[in-house]
Design a protein around this ligand. Structure first.
Ligand SMILES: O=C(O)[C@H]1O[C@H](OP(=O)(O)OP(=O)(O)OC[C@H]2O[C@@H](n3ccc(=O)[nH]c3=O)[C@H](O)[C@@H]2O)[C@H](O)[C@@H](O)[C@H]1O
Length: 431
């Protein structure tokens, strides 16, 4: 009876010599046999994977078609109705990020004065999508239709421009948030860079080309120490990936202006707050925690200096956005060809009076009639900048921009909205 291979090899090698020639031959034969079997198995597995992948992509494209939330006669009718202009000299505006904080307010303001507005939003879950759905219902009550889709979807954007000859695009769809960029960096590239380029590609090919106003950010000033921040100050020291993608957006839009004659206005928003705001922002999370009796973390800068922001109330930002749309020059190109130089502008939209974060908390305490449990920690290296302060002379001169709401007044309006929307017990476990 032949010995099993294992019996020929001792567990401790080198203890006894084996017949190498004999075993080598057997080995070669066995290896060859097992290699060809493995080869057949590999072929089989490759075929199996390929058929699975093609089946999967068939399912995907099929379900994309079946579940596509856009297209069809009824959908086009909704888009056209929403885009209808109801005042002499009015505009038809595609508002991206319309279910977002600033998008909702700008859409309402435009619709109220008789402009046509069509919204676009992907309703992602960066923060509670139910708040975005509630904003959508609010807009629907005012006759504004929001298309559910992503700015990276070129087919959808092209379709929208086929249905409506938009005169303007208010581009507010973005991945916001300074600190979240460390958790999910690719979402910033996806929305703020790839999405922007997709939108610009469609706009440049549209005939007529729309004028574009879009949201940049005060964060582009990064580590700039010259105050107040002016548009001509350096913006090459971003402190976060969020800031870097907004800065990249400014360069990208400049290129499209230069090559294709798109009229472009970039707005550097300074920490916008107010009713229907973003639940990830400090004033919002602080309000919730104070009401729930939970501690809040207040970051403090180097040498125990308080952080400060040029908090800007939403109504002032809306005035700046609408003023930018009203003063935007026409794009000069058509069908992807430049016919002459077009307007390119960048404006700060701030409040011009920075307030420290502890003062923000004190104002909230006053309006909520509750004390915060403050936990003060040194600012972690998470992309934050120590302070922001806008110089708004340019916007004042060119847009007639003049902020009128101070932080006391603005937060009072926010707290009133918050309590009406969520109630005092938001998120609290009631026994
Ligand atoms: O102007 C902008 O371009 C940006 O504004 C906003 O960013 P920020 O100014 O960082 O606002 P926000 O997060 O409310 O923090 C406010 C302050 O509270 C401090 N902060 C924050 C959280 C916390 O737990 N504790 C704390 O002290 C924090 O250190 C900071 O000092 C937008 O989110 C951003 O999308 C972008 O638009």
């Amino acid at each position: 009876m032949p010995l099993l291979e294992e019996e020929l090899f001792p567990s401790t090698p080198g203890k006894f010599k084996i017949d190498r020639a004999h075993t080598m031959g057997r080995h070669f034969h066995r290896c060859f046999a097992s290699t060809s079997t493995m080869f057949l198995w590999a072929l089989f597995l490759i075929a199996l994977t390929a058929s699975y992948l093609s089946f999967q992509s068939f399912i995907d494209s099929g379900s994309k078609y079946l579940s596509a939330s856009w297209g069809g006669i009824q959908w086009e009718k909704q888009v056209r109705n929403s885009a209808q202009i109801q005042r002499a000299g009015g505009m038809s505006v595609l508002v991206t990020g319309a279910a977002g904080f600033v998008g909702t307010h700008v859409s309402l303001a435009l619709k109220k004065r008789g402009d046509g507005v069509v919204g676009l939003d992907n309703f992602n879950n960066y923060y509670d999508p139910s708040l975005k759905k509630a904003r959508k219902s609010l807009l629907a009550k005012h006759g504004i239709f929001i298309v559910e889709g992503d700015v990276n979807d070129a087919r959808l954007l092209t379709k929208l421009f086929d249905v409506v000859a938009f005169t303007h695009v208010m581009h507010l769809a973005a991945q916001a948030g300074v600190r979240y960029a460390m958790e999910n960096p690719h979402s910033y590239v996806h929305s703020n860079i790839a999405g922007l380029v997709t939108l610009l590609e469609v706009c440049k090919s549209a005939d007529p080309q729309p004028a574009i106003v879009w949201a940049s950010s005060s964060s582009v000033y990064g580590l700039n120490e010259k105050v107040p921040f002016s548009e001509s100050d350096r913006t090459d020291q971003p402190a976060s990936l969020y800031a870097a993608t907004k800065k990249a957006g400014e360069e990208i839009t400049h290129t499209y202006n230069h090559i294709y004659g798109l009229s472009i206005t970039g707005l550097r928003f300074f920490t916008v707050y107010g009713p229907w705001g973003r639940p990830d922002m400090a004033y919002f999370t602080f309000t919730r925690s104070i009401l729930q009796g939970k501690p809040i973390t207040i970051y403090r800068g180097k040498n125990r200096v308080d952080l400060a922001r040029d908090f800007t109330f939403i109504d002032d930002i809306v005035k700046g956005c609408v003023g930018s749309l009203d003063t935007a020059g026409k794009s000069t190109g058509s069908g992807g060809k430049k016919r002459g130089p077009a307007q390119y502008r960048i404006f700060n939209l701030g409040n011009t009076s920075p307030v420290t974060v502890p003062t923000l908390v004190s104002i909230l305490e006053k309006h909520l009639k509750m004390k915060a449990k403050r936990k003060i920690v040194d600012m972690p290296g998470n992309g934050d900048v120590p302070f922001t302060h806008a110089n708004i002379s340019l916007a004042r001169r060119e847009l007639g921009y003049k902020p009128t709401t101070d932080l006391q007044t603005g937060l009072k309006k926010f707290v009133k909205w918050y309590l009406t929307y969520y109630g005092y017990n938001h998120g609290k476990v009631v026994n």
